[in-house]
Design a binder for this molecule. Structure first.
Ligand code: ZN
Length: 286
């Protein structure tokens, strides 16, 4: 991690702490707290795991910024995901994880936006109640293999089996067909992508990697995500609902998205009935 990132994170945390005693009407300070020019001047190192400074109260939560939710896009293939400028899709991989996923669900609900959850099959099997909670909250469901295998290191047949087993486990837990799919480690191949598409699933690519899997502060994740997004102007954002830092920084990220006039759009699978029936049949035999 670069010194610059550390400094930005540190300053961000300081600014957030400074917000603790302010009234909600002064909420504009969070917007400027993302500005690198100010952030770099901070002399204090961020405490990556300081939960106090990152609770909603300490951040001077601004209430629900209405209008963050954008349109719903119906997709049946990757080419249908056509985002306009200032449109983002929130995606959460690797869960469901008790407490963390639930905390993220509460934040998404508070901000009135829907995300796509790419669940790992064995996680969904281990925590079916949380998986169902995600589905019942109206979020879009996808799978992420059964045991988060690196498919690049498996034979084609073994990779397909991993994908199918994962999708089946997610469908069983959520009671919904999982029509979206993301390759673990984004390790795909042309042949596997074709297979996924031919079997009624949409591959979820990534334009904005939050890198929330690095051991950095929540503030650093939010800052990095916004910086990448500003360069891309739009895109599918990769997040993970298994990390505390992700749950901690999500309110700030959503607040910042709203402040910069982004819209969080939801993806909905709009495939044909025969394909859905076929996949549900397969799920019941998995
Ligand atoms: Zn993953």
């Amino acid at each position: 991690m670069s010194v610059r990132v550390l400094c930005v994170a540190a300053a961000f945390a300081c600014l957030l702490s400074a917000c603790a005693n302010r009234s909600q009407t002064e909420s504009g300070s969070l917007v400027t707290s993302f500005a690198p020019a100010k952030a770099l001047s901070s002399p204090k190192k961020a405490d990556a795991d300081d939960p106090v400074a990152l609770t909603p109260t300490a951040w001077g939560r601004f209430g629900n910024p209405r209008g963050l939710a954008g349109r719903t896009i119906e997709v049946s293939s990757l080419s249908d995901i056509k985002l306009r400028d200032k449109e983002v899709v929130l995606t959460f991989d690797d869960g469901p994880m008790p407490k963390k996923t639930e905390r993220i669900l509460a934040t998404l609900d508070e901000y009135g936006v829907k995300a796509t959850f790419l669940m790992v099959g064995e996680m969904a099997k281990a925590h079916p109640d949380v998986a169902r909670e995600v589905a019942e909250a109206g979020h879009t469901i996808g799978s992420h293999t059964y045991r988060h295998a690196d498919l690049a290191h498996l034979s084609f047949d073994a990779a397909v089996a991993e994908i199918e087993k994962g999708r089946s486990a997610v469908a069983s837990a959520t009671h919904e067909d999982a029509e979206f799919f993301r390759f673990p480690y984004l390790a795909d191949s042309r042949k596997l992508r074709q297979w996924v598409g031919a079997h009624g699933m949409v591959v979820m690519d990534v334009q904005v990697d939050s890198k929330d899997y690095f051991g950095v502060s929540p503030a650093a994740v939010a800052t990095r995500t916004m910086n990448v997004l500003r360069a891309e102007h739009k895109g599918v954002i990769l997040l993970h609902d298994i990390h505390t830092r992700t749950a901690a920084m999500l309110p700030a990220l959503l607040t910042q998205l709203k402040a910069e006039n982004y819209k969080v759009v939801q993806l909905r699978f709009g495939g044909h009935a025969p394909m859905l029936t076929a996949s549900l049949d397969r799920s019941s035999h998995g």
